[in-house]
Structures are given as structure tokens and as C-alpha cells.
Design a binder for this molecule. Structure first.
Ligand code: GAR
Length: 209
């Protein structure tokens, strides 16, 4: 059974999707063993608490720089014996030591079809604002491995979602969450836990979906 540690900073709806999938028996070969929040007031922490999952707050403001914060997160991951680290709305910048310590063992969910609307400055609602500003007719979500390049790691799963006339960033965000993120994140986690994802030459190959 693989130990899954989930990193969060906000509302935690993606964490909830993982918890619900685990409760339905859909995370095969893995168990959420710990939730780590970079924000003390994140509602995601309450979700972990209600589900009886151990949770820790490692607040960014308690560390003088990104390296001190990253070291604290790394120490916690090591202590938890994490086999898989999931960034589920984790919005705090960390240094390269994390993905170097867990190569192809950290996955992130991003609310667009990468390589569109990703990289520095594209997070949360800003991603959907940019998609609407550009007038794209299709957007979606991507689950990918975390590497040193922001949103640039091997792509594991993607799901497309239509953009409709009259969408606001909030309406579009909700549609992308419901129809893409909350489906492909638990699916990718389950595939990982069953050793059904391998990376060759920077490309993720998914087998036996
Ligand atoms: C989600 O839409 C997630 O994809 C996005 O933030 C939201 C967090 O919601 N993450 C990023 O933009 C990372 N670049 P949640 O806390 O309810 O899961």
C-alpha cells in the first residue's frame, strides 16, 4: 500500500475528491496518510480533520525564506514515508530540492490544458480569467508530474471542458473542477499507486487505464 501525502493551501475540493474516491475504493493500492497545508486557515485542513486523516500545518510565514520552508516540507514528507506527493491546490512556491528528492513521485493538478495558460502567474482563478480573455472555446485540466519547470513536467492525464457563452471565471472554474479535475486527479493517483505510469524520455506513458 503506497502512502499518499497531499499538499494543500486552500478550499481543498480536490483533496475532497481524493478522500471520496478512496472511500469508494477507487484509489487502488494507496491510502492518504497525511495532509500538509501551507496556510493555517485553509478549509482543506477541516476536510482532513472531518475524515480522520492526520494533518499538519507548515505555514510559509513561519520561515524566513523559500529554502527554510522547503526543508520543513521535505522533512515532513520523509517522516511520513511518502510514496506519492499530490499537489492539490498547493499554492506556495518551494525550491528544487523537493522534486529532486521525489522524482516522478510528485503530481500536480492544473486547471487548464497544458501547455495553454500555465507557468508563472497562472494559478487558481487567474487561469480561467486568461482563458476567457483569450476566447478559447475548449479548456480543461491536466495532471502532471512536478519537475523544476513550473507546470512543465510529464503530462499524465488531461480532460477537456467546453467554454460557454456568458461564462464568468467562477462559473468556468466550477465546470473545470466538476467535469475534469475531480475526475482525473483521483484516477491519476490510482494509476500511480498501481504502477501503471512510467516516464520515458520526459514523456509519461500510462498503461492499463
Ligand atoms: C484548483 O482549481 C487547482 O487546479 C488549482 O487551484 C484550485 C484549488 O482548488 N491549482 C492551481 O492553479 C495550481 N497551479 P481546491 O483547493 O478546491 O482543490
Amino acid at each position: 500500500m503506497k502512502n499518499i501525502v497531499v499538499l494543500v493551501s486552500g478550499g481543498g475540493t480536490n483533496l475532497q475528491a481524493l478522500i471520496d474516491a478512496e472511500n469508494r475504493g477507487e484509489i487502488v493500492g494507496g491510502k492518504i496518510t497525511c495532509v500538509i497545508s501551507s496556510k493555517p486557515d485553509a478549509y482543506a485542513i477541516r476536510r482532513a480533520e472531518y475524515s480522520g486523516i492526520p494533518h499538519i500545518v507548515i505555514a510559509r510565514e513561519d520561515y524566513p525564506d523559500v529554502h527554510g520552508f522547503s526543508k520543513a516540507v521535505l522533512d515532513a514528507l520523509d517522516k511520513e514515508r511518502a510514496d506519492l506527493v499530490v499537489y492539490a491546490g498547493f499554492m506556495t512556491i518551494v525550491d528544487e530540492t523537493l522534486c529532486q528528492a521525489y522524482p516522478n513521485k510528485m503530481i500536480n493538478v492544473h486547471p487548464s490544458l497544458i501547455p495553454s495558460f500555465c507557468g508563472k502567474g497562472f494559478y487558481g482563478l487567474h487561469v480561467h480569467e486568461a482563458a476567457l480573455e483569450k476566447g478559447v472555446k475548449v479548456t480543461g485540466a491536466t495532471v502532471h508530474f512536478v519537475t523544476e519547470e513550473c507546470d512543465g513536467g510529464p503530462i499524465i492525464l488531461q480532460e477537456a471542458v467546453p467554454v460557454l457563452n456568458g461564462d464568468t471565471p467562477e462559473i468556468l472554474q466550477r465546470r473545470v473542477m466538476e467535469n475534469a479535475e475531480w475526475k482525473i486527479l483521483p484516477k491519476a493517483v490510482s494509476l500511480f499507486c498501481q504502477d501503471k505510469i512510467r516516464v520515458e524520455d520526459g514523456i509519461a506513458i500510462v498503461t492499463g487505464e
